[in-house]
Design a protein around this ligand. Structure first.
Ligand code: C5P
Length: 220
């Protein structure tokens, strides 16, 4: 089974308070996007396409190994993944979509996703249990219900798909429509999504505290 990786890296560094796109912010001296690409390649993906902000193409090219292809991202994550997906070679069997913002994802997570795809799943996401009591609230912030956390999972990336299925799902998604992850895009055409174990180290870097935790993790 051949597999391509897509890295969504075209977001801004706004919530991180960074002076550059988040994916170019260094973790232990290396940009987040370089960590994410390495994880995919070490985990078993054959080639990688990265969606980058148009204005920063040179910075990304300098940060990544030769052979990694860059495409211009869009205004939303969905648009960025759509652009990268169009650049994946037609003959590739599987596509894994990963966030540049999850730099310390262990390659074993990538391998688990690939294994489930090779076993025949059309769509696979790594998940973790919900450990906190989880509630629903109304617009005023008042609790309206306690959710049964035993049925809930936190979804991470990389998310893996049959290439044909992911292309069909993006083809069916109206232009401009934004979904929060790629599993939601394939579920919209009725494809079942399997789960494999995620990993706490695959946490997303969003605010400065997350970057601080990631720094502590790599220094250990
Ligand atoms: O903003 P957030 O951290 O949820 O973004 C998740 C991932 O999607 C990040 O790696 C970010 O670079 C990417 N993204 C993108 N294009 C956008 C917005 C976000 O590739 N327009």
């Amino acid at each position: 089974m051949s597999a391509a990786g897509i890295v969504a890296a075209a977001g801004s560094g706004l919530r991180l308070g960074a002076d550059r796109p988040k994916a170019l912010v260094p973790l232990a001296g290396r940009p987040l996007v370089a960590w994410a690409v390495e994880t995919l390649l070490t985990g078993g993906v054959d080639e990688v396409v990265v969606a980058v902000p148009a204005a920063d193409r040179d910075g990304f090219a300098a940060a990544l190994p030769r052979g990694v292809r860059l495409v211009e991202g869009g205004a939303t994550r969905t648009a960025s993944v759509r652009a990268a997906l169009a650049a994946v070679r037609p003959g590739v069997d599987a596509v894994l979509v990963h966030d540049a913002a999850r730099p310390l994802t262990p390659p074993a997570v990538v391998a688990r996703v690939l294994h489930a795809l090779a076993a025949g799943a059309p769509a696979v996401v790594p998940v973790l249990p919900v450990v906190d009591t989880t509630v629903a609230v109304d617009p005023a912030g008042t609790v309206t219900a306690a959710l049964d956390r035993s049925t809930l999972r936190r979804v991470q990336t990389p998310q893996g798909f049959s290439h044909v299925v992911l292309a069909e799902a993006y083809g069916a998604l109206p232009a401009g429509e934004e979904l929060t992850d790629d599993a939601a895009v394939v579920r919209a055409i009725g494809v079942p999504v399997r789960t494999v174990d995620g990993d706490e180290r695959a946490a997303k870097v969003t605010v400065p505290h997350d970057l601080h935790l990631a720094e502590l993790q790599v220094r250990r």
